[in-house]
Design a protein around this ligand. Structure first.
Ligand code: FMN
Length: 213
């Protein structure tokens, strides 16, 4: 590839405060000291195989819970659940709301399920509750964590069990999710979006999904 100084560069150098270009929202449930489940809306998340990587503020109730008890569930809301998700914004399960958060309008909420209008279901393999309304529940446990950036922790979790609503299963298959039916809620630069339709045939999709197992 030739790089020529004569090419007009269509970019402008900027210094954005955040680099949240768009990732799925996760409602992460973890176990409070009294055994109840906390819900944290978060979106700094991705998956590699059955490993999930989660970026979580160190001062959150969720970070404290996960350091005490590795059990969690990654509940994935569909775009239809945006109202419920937004009800959880600016809340924390921490009674002593950190001053920096209080200054940004955060308030203590001990019962996130009631606050959001969501229903708790017991999990099979972990003590954290699943969320009935979310089409995907990934039961998981923390395998590693380390500090990342300024005041955050990166948790590596292993997904032990996957529950899905029948509506997003690919017809005629046992273990596949149909991406045409799965409508994730996306957060991009603090705003909520959905996905559009499929835009192009995918050459990568010529690989059988089972190859990745
Ligand atoms: C849609 C959405 C996405 C968010 N993404 C993250 C995230 O990826 N990481 C993070 O630390 N906080 C994120 N937050 C903020 C946390 O939800 C917030 O810190 C909350 O107080 C944590 O709850 P907890 O203290 O009860 O654990 C997000 C908030 C919303 C509404």
């Amino acid at each position: 590839m030739t790089v020529t100084t004569q090419t007009l560069d269509p970019h402008t150098v900027i210094d954005p405060a955040i680099l949240y270009f768009g990732t799925p929202v996760v409602l992460l449930t973890s176990v409070n000291p009294d055994g109840s489940s906390n819900i944290m809306p978060m979106s700094s998340a991705f998956w590699l195989g059955h490993t999930g990587v989660l970026g979580i503020g160190a001062r959150s109730q969720t970070a404290a819970n996960l350091q005490r008890n590795p059990d969690c569930v990654l509940n994935l809301p569909s775009v239809e659940l945006v109202t419920e998700v937004d009800r959880l914004a600016l809340t924390t399960g921490r009674r002593d709301v950190p001053p920096a958060k209080a200054g940004r309008g955060y308030a203590y909420e001990p019962d996130k399920f009631a606050r959001a209008g969501l229903t708790a279901l017991p999990s099979d393999t972990v003590a954290a509750a699943r969320i009935a309304e979310c089409p995907v529940n990934l039961e998981a446990h923390v395998v590693d964590s380390h500090p990342v950036g300024d005041g955050a922790l990166m948790f590596e979790v292993h997904v032990d069990r996957v529950h899905v609503h029948e509506a997003i299963r690919m017809p005629g298959t046992d273990h596949r999710i149909d991406p045409d039916r799965w409508r994730p809620l996306i957060m991009s630069f603090q705003h909520f979006y959905g996905l559009g339709d499929r835009v192009h045939p995918s050459r990568l999709a010529s690989i059988d999904e089972e190859f990745y197992r």
